[in-house]
Design a protein around this ligand. Structure first.
Ligand code: CP
Ligand code: NVA
Length: 306
């Protein structure tokens, strides 16, 4: 996909609707083994937070394309000892072909993007998780054939995943409903951005009522109630978030064919029950697999194939 070559992915809305559709189509073809693209380039992973799926799926995707991966663990690189980002970014730019960063502040990611010419990928910040949502949309498309018109309901904390879902769903013409406790709503700037994208043509609903939000939805989605960096708040949040748990009762209000997604890792028995995770509506493992296919499509689009 020539249009994406050399660009950054700092948030979902760096892509337009047709670019997302093309990425999903490419991911589906790669997954089906219909294309054997090569990209002998070097990907750096700079992760300030833990990761299983993002780290491994990016690495395997790059290896399968014939490329290499370098793990720039901040604990053993100078940036972790305080070397300025503006210096690190310009140096890494001279070595690497592409850099995926998992960090806290979106601003830090933006500084990397400003000072490095190579494509910078948001591998999760406190604000967004765009790579996750590409895989989520691929999963919904596989299950329902078409994204436009489907309704996704996210229940839980108005966090990074909720933000990227708001923007991603609005871009592809899905209805998106976010049900959170009153003080845990998504960032209003993101909600407004999603509403501008939806332009009154699809639903963008923010509510504190989980049952109304779940009614008739094709996708129920949840994530942890305390994200990485918020561990100290986890216990006090449990009673506040309990009504938003994705369980069999809540699922009974959704479309009978509804699927359940979770970005993982999950806290079983908190935001989702064992029964639903292991139940017949769960598509969690396909969703996790799709991280690899979606990111392979992303890598080859940002870098160009050999
Ligand atoms: N969903 C996700 O990003 O998982 P990891 O934190 O394991 O990368
Ligand atoms: N919201 C979670 C997602 C983890 C993949 C977090 O930021 O910890």
């Amino acid at each position: 996909m020539e249009a994406l070559k050399g660009r950054d992915l700092l948030g979902v809305a760096d892509l337009n609707a047709s670019e997302i559709q093309e990425l999903l189509e490419l991911a589906a073809q790669l997954k089906a083994g219909k294309l054997n693209l090569r990209c002998n380039k070097v990907l750096g992973l700079l992760f300030y937070k833990a990761s299983t799926r993002t780290r491994v799926s990016f690495s395997v995707a790059m290896y399968q394309l014939g490329g290499q991966v370098i793990d720039l663990n901040p604990n053993v690189t100078q940036v972790g000892r305080g070397e300025p980002v503006v210096d690190t970014a310009r140096v890494l730019d001279r070595y690497l072909d592409i850099l995926a960063i998992r960090t806290f502040e979106q601003k830090q990611l933006e500084t990397f993007a400003e000072y490095a010419q190579i494509p910078i990928i948001n591998a999760l910040t406190d604000l967004e998780h765009p790579c996750q949502v590409l895989a989520d949309l691929l999963t919904v498309q596989e299950c329902f054939g078409e994204l436009a018109g489907a309704t996704l309901t996210y229940l839980g904390d108005g966090n990074n995943v909720a933000h990227s879902l708001l923007l991603g769903c609005a871009l592809v013409g899905m209805n998106v409903r976010i049900a959170t406790p009153a003080n845990y709503q998504p960032d209003n700037r993101i909600v407004e951005q999603a509403r501008r994208i939806a332009d009154g043509k699809t639903e963008v609903l923010i509510t504190d009522d989980p049952v109304t939000a779940a009614k008739g939805a094709q996708v129920l989605y949840t994530d942890v109630w305390a994200s990485m960096g918020q561990e100290a708040l986890a216990d006090e949040r449990i009673p506040i978030f309990q009504p938003y748990q994705v369980n069999q009762e809540l699922l009974s209000h959704a479309d009978p064919e509804a699927i359940v997604l979770h970005c993982l890792p999950a806290h079983r028995g908190e935001e989702i029950t064992d029964e639903v995770m292991e139940g017949k509506r769960s598509r969690l493992w396909d969703q996790a697999e799709n991280r690899m296919h979606a990111q392979k499509a992303l890598l080859v689009s940002l870098l160009g194939a050999d």
